[in-house]
Design a protein around this ligand. Structure first.
Ligand code: HEC
Ligand code: HEC
Ligand code: HEC
Length: 497
């Protein structure tokens, strides 16, 4: 009898618990989708604070991308001077903007102030001046999709960076990833859709889980500015080199075939390719992508606040938030997961650190060979090896998450780069001997950023003084003017409910 009572009580208890769980789940689902619509956003609204009226949690968490306090060992949200830490990069990028200034990237919310501040964008005191094309703005701002729809895409790509200084004032934000009518994820940058087309795929057919990565693939990818696109002459047309595949070799072959160079290196006279940040491409070659994990699973995990589940928009290092980012799938201890990440990063960095020193020396040895009268024919094979070695090195480091996202593929790329760099140096030492130079080539002081910048002929104090003037006199005016335009073009009206 006693057992029967116990049994019945247990059944009742289980039933009540199940009922409770269902109500909680319903409430959660309700909570997730119930939001107070404060404004109707009709067009491309570049201002996040307007979207924030409807979606305060997403907005507030996104605003945290401005916070720069989190530090992990290799990636930070702070402002680390990479050239100070690894001065030989000044040699690798001689003749190119990155040799002047290269800092650890900060969060999305800093996209506009950072691009104004870096020495790479120069100091245009008037519209129409300066070294950079408008295409440089493409991944920095929600004003870009607005401008593309107002001006037309080709026209947008055909300006100077400074021409759009009063137009592009809002950093990366809601309008870059969301359709305001449905809040669905959406592709706002034509380059990605065009790259899919070039591969014979239709981006409109991407699944929801794929879209959770593809919104990031609009920017976290390798790209170049195509100046010869048919019918679009005069434009710096943003293009992804994916036609023949996304591996480092496929893109290298693509660039070789079209004879593309971002710049000619002033020391070795090599036609160089600057890798951008192929995060997406390398990610697809790692185990997480193979198991269907998307960028957002780790970089934008769900969070619950006051019983409301929402997507945490504080995009940044998942290591600041392992409980939400990793524990959904992993049962390991927090420290073990952290160690897994750091181990992979540390081991790959050993390879890239070795590789970059060898490439720097190869550039300088090549300079010596030119001075001793080497011919272009003698230098062809050497330059090809330097070009390919540096492309591989850049591909693996510029993708800041690659050492974790795809450690095997990344180390494969680094070792093939080391092979190419060594090949270049072997050929160089033979050539130098042939030209009568039998001792090691004298090297500048590789421990000092300033010494190397002087060695390649940069006048950094002058560049800094110009930049200061630009930041004091030009940028505030541009931003002011832009704000005025924005207020008159408000695309919202209060909803009736
Ligand atoms: C880099 C791309 C990106 C940016 C920028 C972005 N979002 Fe999202 N957002 C996402 C992704 C990815 C999801 C998850 C969507 C899914 O899985 O359906 C999401 C989901 C949402 C959702 C659905 C509810 C939820 O929490 O899952 C809302 C609402 C939202 N975002 C609002 C915003 C607002 C407001 C901003 C600007 C402050 C913003 N988003 C900026 C990518 C972005
Ligand atoms: C399985 C989890 C996971 C997925 C999925 C993932 N990442 Fe990461 N990502 C990480 C970790 C861990 C780091 C290293 C963070 C650190 O070192 O602080 C990282 C680093 C990065 C960084 C450098 C961050 C910084 O602070 O400089 C970028 C950019 C990045 N990831 C982009 C992406 C993109 C784009 C995708 C999708 C194509 C993606 N990630 C998918 C876990 C992930
Ligand atoms: C959505 C699920 C999911 C999330 C989120 C996730 N992982 Fe994974 N992770 C996997 C799967 C699946 C594998 C493949 C191995 C397996 O099947 O167990 C894997 C494998 C790994 C491996 C071994 C793979 C290798 O490269 O050697 C590490 C390390 C790892 N994850 C770390 C992390 C960390 C750190 C985070 C958080 C930043 C994270 N994972 C987030 C699903 C996930």
């Amino acid at each position: 009898m006693k057992n029967w009572i116990l049994f019945l009580l247990t059944i009742v208890a289980v039933f009540l618990l199940a009922a409770l769980a269902t109500t909680i789940m319903d409430r959660k689902a309700e909570a997730r989708f119930a939001y107070q619509s404060q404004v109707v956003i009709e067009n491309i609204e570049p201002k996040d604070s307007v979207w924030g009226l409807n979606f305060p949690r997403q907005y507030q968490s996104y605003m945290k991308t401005i916070d720069t306090t989190f530090r992990s060992v290799y990636n930070t949200s702070g402002h680390r001077d990479v050239l100070e830490e690894q001065p030989e990069l000044v040699i690798l990028w001689a003749g190119y903007g990155f040799s002047k200034d290269y800092n650890q990237p900060k969060g999305h919310g800093h996209a506009i102030d950072d691009i104004h501040k870096t020495l790479r964008t120069g100091a245009p005191m008037e519209k129409g001046e300066g070294p950079m094309p408008s295409t440089c703005w493409t991944c920095k701002s929600t004003d870009v999709p607005r401008l593309m729809s107002e001006m037309g895409v080709t026209e947008y790509y055909s300006q100077k960076f400074s021409d759009l200084g009063t137009e592009v004032i809002n950093p990366i934000g809601c309008a870059d990833c969301h359709d305001p009518k449905t809040m669905n994820l959406t592709i706002t940058r034509p380059a990605l859709a065009e790259a899919f087309q070039a591969m014979g795929k239709d981006i409109k057919k991407a699944s929801h889980q794929e879209m959770r990565s593809l919104v990031r693939a609009q920017c976290h990818v390798e790209y170049y500015f195509d100046k010869n696109q048919a019918g679009k002459e005069g434009a710096n047309y943003l293009t992804f080199p994916w036609k023949d595949g996304m591996t480092v070799e496929a893109m290298e072959a693509y660039y070789d075939e079209i004879g593309f160079a971002d710049w000619e290196h002033p020391l070795s006279k090599t036609k160089m390719i600057k890798a951008q940040h192929p995060d997406y491409e390398l990610f697809t070659m790692g185990v997480h992508a193979k198991r269907g994990v998307s960028c957002a699973d780790c970089h934008m995990p769900y969070r619950t606040e006051g019983g409301q589940k929402f997507t945490d928009h504080h995009i940044g290092s998942p290591l600041s938030n392992i409980e939400n980012s990793c524990f959904v799938c992993h049962r390991e201890k927090q420290n073990d997961l952290m160690t897994d990440v750091y181990d992979r990063q540390k081991k790959i960095k050993e390879g890239t650190a070795y590789l970059q020193k060898h490439i720097a020396q190869a550039h300088i040895e090549a300079k010596k060979a030119w001075e001793l009268g080497a011919t272009q024919a003698q230098m062809d094979e050497i330059q090809k090896n330097i070009r390919h070695a540096q492309w591989r090195w850049d591909f693996s480091v510029a993708s800041h998450g690659a050492a974790f996202h795809a450690p095997l593929e990344t180390s494969r790329i680094v070792s093939s780069g080391i092979g190419k760099a060594q090949e270049a140096r072997i050929l160089l030492s033979r050539l130098l001997a042939q030209l009568g130079h039998n001792q090691p080539v004298e090297m500048p002081d590789f421990t000092s950023k300033a010494a190397l910048q002087a060695y390649i002929g940069l006048d950094i104090p002058k560049e800094k003084a110009n930049k200061e003037k630009y930041l004091e006199q030009v940028v505030p005016q541009w931003l002011q003017e832009g704000k005025g335009r924005e207020a008159s073009a408000k695309k919202v009206k209060l909803s009736s409910n």
